[in-house]
Design a protein around this ligand. Structure first.
Ligand SMILES: Nc1ncnc2c1ncn2[C@@H]1O[C@H](COP(=O)(O)OP(=O)(O)OP(=O)(O)O)[C@@H](O)[C@H]1O
Ligand SMILES: [Mg+2]
Length: 309
């Protein structure tokens, strides 16, 4: 099977806990603390690793929090390459309020990255032997908005495939540059890029199809949360209107989708079947509360159960 390298510029230690009630001034006692590696590319790598795909996570890591992140990834047995930075890796916090069922999520902006540091990550990516590169997540301060755009042309020249899941200016710069194999915006990210709202799955499919026709990306998957998603590819468009499952936590749904779809493509599936594997993986991720991501046994069950017509 071909190999995958994932790229994460702004990873995190995701801490999660529960409290009876969140209120100002009082000490808030918390329970059931847990710490997981987080950040788009690391999540994709963790899921691919569970599927048995040969994967290496390449990421920026710094300070004592970076050392803890490295250790958490080792505990998960994930092959990894940390590029050291001077500033500290961020720690996010999610507090589940038992009395209301609300979840409060605090997401730090993360470190300030120096030019030699992000250039070292670019170099590690070009030096990696993996045929596929999956770049996912936001860019921390100090990294130019065209970072992913700088990856695309050299990777294509090396005959390697770039899969991109990002948003905002970084997404726009990458789409302007072109050379993407697969790009996966969520509907909000896609509408922000297009500068317009889409009224139906067909409208999304039309806009995604135009992007494929322009040659900027070979495939465009727009995920639409509970509403499923759309895939535009050289052979046409696929639409899925959602599975109707009740979501317990949507954390990591997009990352699980990317891992599922990339796994399908690695298995040699058609774009349509690989897209369905992505939808099943995204759905598997929302079945359980917390940051558990997609489990292979849930994915296989959903692939068989979901009505794909
Ligand atoms: N509430 C939900 N109910 C059922 N399935 C969901 C739900 N949310 C997500 N999914 C599944 O996960 C996939 C990806 O989710 P989504 O479109 O929310 O992407 P995302 O990248 O997590 O979103 P964003 O980046 O905007 O937070 C969906 O296509 C769908 O299969
Ligand atoms: Mg996303």
């Amino acid at each position: 099977m071909e190999r995958v390298a994932t790229i994460t510029l702004n990873p995190a230690i995701d801490s999660a806990c529960e409290a009876e009630q969140v209120s100002a001034t009082d000490k808030i006692r918390t329970f059931a603390e847990r710490y997981d590696p987080g950040g788009g590319g690391l999540n994709v790598a963790r899921v691919l690793h569970r599927f048995g795909v040969p994967v290496e996570a390449i990421y920026l890591s710094g300070g004592p929090t970076g050392a803890l992140l490295d250790e958490l990834l080792d505990e998960a047995g994930l092959p990894r390459r940390a590029i050291p930075i001077a500033d500290h890796t961020r720690m996010s916090l999610a507090v589940y309020e038992r009395s209301t069922g609300h979840e409060y999520r605090f997401i730090p902006e993360g470190p300030d990255v120096a030019e030699d540091e992000w250039r070292a990550l670019l170099g590690a990516c070009f030096a990696s032997p993996a045929e596929w590169v999956v770049a996912s997540g936001s860019l921390p301060r100090g990294v130019p908005q065209d970072f992913f755009a700088r990856l695309a042309a050299p990777l294509a020249a090396q005959g390697r495939k770039l899969v991109l899941d990002t948003s905002g200016a970084a997404l726009k710069a990458a789409l302007d540059a072109g050379g993407l194999y697969l790009v996966k915006p969520s509907i909000g990210e896609f509408e922000a890029w297009a500068g317009s709202r889409f009224a139906s799955h067909q409208d999304v499919a039309r806009a995604a199809g135009e992007l494929v026709a322009s040659g900027k990306a070979r495939m465009v998957a727009v995920t639409m949360g509970a509403e499923g998603g759309v895939l535009a590819h050289p052979g046409g468009a696929e639409i899925h209107r959602g599975t109707g499952v009740v979501a317990r936590s949507t954390t990591g749904a997009g990352d699980s989708f990317v891992a599922g779809m990339v796994h399908g493509l690695l298995l040699g599936e058609s774009p349509r079947d690989a897209f369905h594997r992505g939808i099943a993986a995204g759905t598997a991720a929302v079945l359980h509360p917390g940051t558990g991501l997609c489990h292979p046994q849930d994915l296989e069950r959903l692939l068989a159960e979901i009505d794909w017509d």
